[in-house]
Ligand binder design. Structure first.
Ligand code: CA
Length: 220
């Protein structure tokens, strides 16, 4: 179980980190919102504990961007007693739960367990094909047992192609399923992500898993 603690008050962040580590969680810490978004893009977290009042990018915006980027783990907001409006906004845009500061560490631990149980109830099957092992619950990706670190978008692309193995999937279809309705169909978004995905998949392997079929799309 991997947790990201996003909290700019270092003593609080460090106390949570120590407590969760003792309980056996793998814990990363971000002291501002922009760093949290960067970390969530490259690591697969089961839960993010998110302070709302943060430097650089505030917690509500972090939550919004995580869900826009299809972050599938739990989000627990850490809020001040007075910020009822923010709590409601946070829950509306995809946070799972909140805790009002100051809180007891044992309560945070209980909320994390509850959120991950909820996630656990919806676990999707791990997909294996062509030497790949894709876990949609954690975005964990392996090729011939070697772990490959994909961003959530790269994972979503690969998972979609794997589910449609053998069929050439047009770029528009990928855009429609993996990006939201605001994505501009005339940008190079899919191409750019696809290039990064291919580079990561082939590092140390040599053969190309994803082929481009002219005029038809991408095929695994
Ligand atoms: Ca704060």
């Amino acid at each position: 179980m991997r947790v990201l603690v996003v909290e700019d008050e270092e003593p609080i962040a460090d106390a949570i980190e120590r407590g969760l580590s003792k309980l056996g969680y793998a814990v990363d810490v971000s002291y501002d919102g922009a760093d949290a978004i960067d970390k969530a893009a490259v690591n697969s977290y089961d839960v993010i504990c998110l302070d709302l009042n943060l430097p650089r990018v505030d917690g509500i915006e972090v939550c919004r961007r995580l869900r826009d980027d299809r972050f599938g783990g739990g989000i627990i907001m850490l809020t001040a007693r007075s910020s009822i409006r923010e709590r409601i906004e946070g829950l509306d845009i995809g946070a799972d739960d909140y805790l009002v500061k100051p809180f007891a560490f044992s309560e945070l631990a209980a909320r994390i367990r509850a959120v991950t149980r909820r996630e656990g109830g919806l676990r999707e099957p791990i997909l294996t094909t062509r030497g790949l092992e894709l876990d949609p619950n954690t975005n964990r990706t392996k090729r011939d047992s070697k772990e490959i670190h994909l961003t959530p978008k790269e994972f979503a692309l690969l998972y979609y192609l794997a589910r449609n193995e053998g069929r050439a999937v047009p770029q528009e279809e990928l855009l429609e399923h993996i990006w939201d309705e605001h994505a501009n169909p005339f940008t190079q978004t899919v191409k750019v992500h696809m290039n990064n995905l291919r580079r990561k998949l082939n590092e140390g392997f040599g053969d190309q898993l994803i082929e481009t079929i002219r005029g038809k799309g991408y095929v695994l």
